[in-house]
Design a protein. Sequence first.
Length: 318
Amino acid sequence: MFKIAYVLIAVLIMMPNASWATALGVASYYNEFIFENISQDHSDSEGRVAAGGNVGYEHMSVAANVKTDPAIGDLVVGGNLNFSHGSVGYLKDNTDVLYQKGSIYVGGMANLYNVGYGSLTVGNPINFQAARSYLTQSSAAWGALNPNGTVTKNLLGNGSFEIILTGYDPHLNIFELSGEDVMKANAGSFSINTPPGATVLVNIDGSVSAMQNFGFFFPLPEEEYDWDPYILYNFYQASSLTFEAIEIHGSVLAPFADVQFSNGHIEGQLIAMSLTGDGEAHDEFFIGQIPEATTLLLLGAGFIGIALGRRKMSIRPH
């Protein structure tokens, strides 16, 4: 896979009308955005959830910490919904009508038992196929960006890695890791040292990876600054991901991955192929800025055209 030089990013920064992805398309509205099926029990997503396939929930809470927007849907299921013992939406206080029992959209059949909610609509407000295409292309394009940050991997006495990401760009810091590196952080640590407010894109390759049993560290404590909304872990090749015994700080984009998530939570969004387990999602949403895939491809093609033109000129006979 070709790499897009970081000079393109620098050019984009200088272009006031450049097309930047300030969000993840329609997935920006959802704490969990899954292309196919979800199967979870005894867990919760503080934000909205969308799944293109079937959803099986038991003892679940969905959209417990967001204002209801019927046009979006607090729980959107493209296929069938089987849901027992739980709730969608949350009545925060009796005076704020924007906090109320939530809205459910179901494309197939709905089987609900002992579930609190506000409205149930047969239909699907999301074009999952288009969203999947956009996010898959974006993941590949962002994974092709050259890193401008440095990665330090220190081997600890227990055989695990201490991973340290260091970047100084005030706009966008890009890092490159292997899926094996991330798995070796098990019982180790993961540190991110970048300027506050700068986007952090961590590209992670490999078909299999895991985030298990390690902590995240930042230059400033969470009480002083919230780093989570600016971090995106891009598992652009993964088909299998395991998240276990961990508090993930930042959002995860893994368009090809079947995710098994247990005994932990994510302080951000999760976008993946499928999801199983009891992992929780807390209502942090990615607000970092990354150039859109189409912008990168067009600008890259333009630079290639200029380079080829210069090469032809240099070999022109006298």
